[in-house]
Write a protein that binds this ligand. Structure first.
Ligand SMILES: Cc1cc2nc3c(=O)[nH]c(=O)nc-3n(C[C@H](O)[C@H](O)[C@H](O)COP(=O)(O)OP(=O)(O)OC[C@H]3O[C@@H](n4cnc5c(N)ncnc54)[C@H](O)[C@@H]3O)c2cc1C
Length: 507
């Protein structure tokens, strides 16, 4: 009998497994896929070409301390610092966002004006302590006490009424941007960044998503050498050293409570008995396995989020202006907030956006080991894409049309891009669902909206990493603090389970 079975070998499941094994527990991770890592994995898509299946840029995890606590560098994880972290091309101009705030302000002053650059510097000063509070809240279970401890010092230090501060956090990204900046180009870049969590920038509660950009002025985002999946490869190696086991290609099909233990049945017909289960897969999958259709229906899965085109090219996108390090980080191609609104409008109608906003990344620019000489991988992420199209077409029906649309869209910003294309692979919302188990293609598992965050994530009564069923714990993007590469829920959930164990031993 195992101490803990972890269902799902995404990065959060592996982080949880490492902390549990480090505490001396006997842990087995059961992963449905043949590849570990879920949305943090990299595979060979073309001969000699390594391509990420999900995430590429790691921001949050670099602020958690997990990489250092688990000494993942010793297991082969080598982060390439991405600086500048973003360049936003808009017409003849380009805003360049570097680790250094002064450097960034200089770029803003050159493209916009001094007043906007000063406003950006003031924004960094005002929101930095707030970002600290957010980080503190993200790294703990979302109890009222923990949230209070994280945010209370903010109000006191700023000498402002709590209600005013709450209003700042609850406002929309658009409201924050309109109150802070005059220049529409800067507003649209920051709005597009904020939209990466999935919610449109006009929605209440999205202002803090703008502020997460400030993390990249503290520590640049990282890209693991060899691909995003090297994080989960390193985690699996660490787990092996700690005595844990990872089984791939054998998904969990049922979970049954027997007296004081769980019987976990897998696709291969095997049964693993464990004292505790840590679910690290999508919560909808967990509820399917438990046969709980009522709760599943209450989840805020949403109707889709985005999709990604992976392009094999013979050169980097040829942007019309030369910007130092333009291909290192995110190339944010959404020149106006009107474009974001129109894309979201298309999405609400159940259509793929006619003029899609783009986030382009070119991992081979900083990591040539990913492809043979003379070849590049270009990642084109776009939102918002409905999982089900209004006209009843399947995503397979429109694959070629949407591939062309995205290539044309990049080509408008980087003329000549289309002629550099050697091959393409479109991961539609349906593909993300099929390949990675991301229901409705939502890469955050559940909506990152106020009614599905903190103690409401995934559902009231199921938050803080405990389920109402004895011995069944949860982590992953379906739980606080949500999606993205952070590992925070994996570590927090492991701590909660260990705390419960210690309490039991004391009794
Ligand atoms: C295309 C794309 C681009 C992204 N880009 C970024 C980015 O650049 N930066 C960023 O921070 N975030 C990005 N994200 C989001 C981020 O990758 C995810 O939110 C995060 O990796 C989720 O991790 P997780 O471990 O919680 O869950 P998952 O990665 O979803 O892992 C869950 C695991 O459970 C497994 N599983 C499912 N069912 C079963 C079962 N029945 N039995 C056993 N195992 C099961 C799955 O196969 C999977 O391995 C991106 C995601 C995608 C898809």
């Amino acid at each position: 009998m195992r101490d803990v079975v972890v269902v799902g070998g995404g990065h959060n499941g592996l982080v949880a497994a490492c902390y549990l094994a480090r505490a001396g527990l006997d842990v087995e991770v059961l992963e449905r896929d043949d590849v570990i890592g879920g949305a943090v994995s990299t595979v060979e898509r073309w001969p000699g070409v390594q391509v990420d299946r999900g995430s590429s840029l790691h921001v949050m995890i670099r602020h958690t301390g997990i990489v250092e606590e688990l000494d993942l560098a010793a297991c082969g994880l080598d982060y390439i610092d991405v600086d500048p972290w973003a360049v936003a091309f808009a017409g003849d101009d380009a805003l360049r966002f570097a680790l250094d705030v002064d450097e960034t302000c200089a770029s803003i002053a050159a493209v916009c004006d001094d007043e906007t650059a000063d406003a950006y510097a003031a924004f960094v000063r005002e929101w930095s302590p707030r970002v600290d509070a957010m980080l503190a809240a993200f790294h703990r279970p979302p109890s009222v006490g923990a949230l209070g401890r994280a945010f209370w010092p903010l109000g006191r230090a700023a000498g402002r009424a709590g209600a005013e501060l709450a209003r700042d956090f609850l406002q929309s990204a658009d409201a924050l941007l309109d109150a802070t900046f005059r220049d529409e180009r800067l507003k649209s870049v920051l709005a597009w960044w904020a939209a990466q969590a999935g919610s449109p920038p006009h929605e209440p509660g999205t202002a803090p998503m703008v502020a997460t950009a400030l993390l990249m002025h503290r520590r640049p985002p990282g890209r693991p050498r060899g691909g995003s999946g090297m994080l989960t490869v390193a985690l699996a190696r660490r787990l092996g050293q700690l005595g844990g086991v990872v089984r791939t290609g054998d998904g969990v099909v049922s979970l049954q409570r027997l007296a004081d233990r769980w019987s976990v049945a897998t696709e291969s017909g095997d049964r693993v008995v464990a004292r505790r289960v840590m679910s690290a897969c999508h919560v909808a999958t967990l509820l399917d396995v438990l046969g709980d259709a009522r709760r599943r229906g209450q989840l805020r899965i949403g109707r889709g989020m985005g999709m990604v085109l992976r392009v094999l090219t013979d050169r980097l996108p040829p942007y019309p202006i030369d910007v130092e390090g333009a291909h290192h980080g995110m190339q944010l191609l959404a020149p106006s907030r009107a474009m974001l609104r129109s894309a979201y409008g298309d999405f609400l109608r159940g259509e793929a956006p006619s003029d899609p906003p783009l986030l382009v990344m070119t991992p081979t620019a900083t990591d040539p080991s990913l492809a043979p000489a003379g070849r590049h991988v270009v990642t084109v992420w776009t939102q918002w894409q409905p999982r089900h199209l209004r006209d009843g077409s399947s995503w397979d029906d429109v694959r070629d049309r949407e591939t062309d649309r995205l290539i044309d869209a990049v080509d408008r910003h980087a003329p000549g891009f289309a002629s550099s294309v050697v091959d393409t692979l479109l991961q539609t919302p349906a593909d993300l669902e099929r390949e990675l188990g991301l229901h409705a293609g939502n890469v955050m598992h559940l909506e990152m909206t106020l009614d599905a965050m903190f103690a409401l994530r995934p559902l009231p009564g199921w938050s803080s990493y405990r389920s109402p069923l004895p011995g069944l714990y949860l982590c992953g993007a379906s739980t606080h603090p949500g999606g993205g590469v952070s590992g925070a829920s994996g570590r927090s959930a492991a701590h909660v389970l260990l705390k419960d164990l210690r309490r039991r031993w004391r009794r």
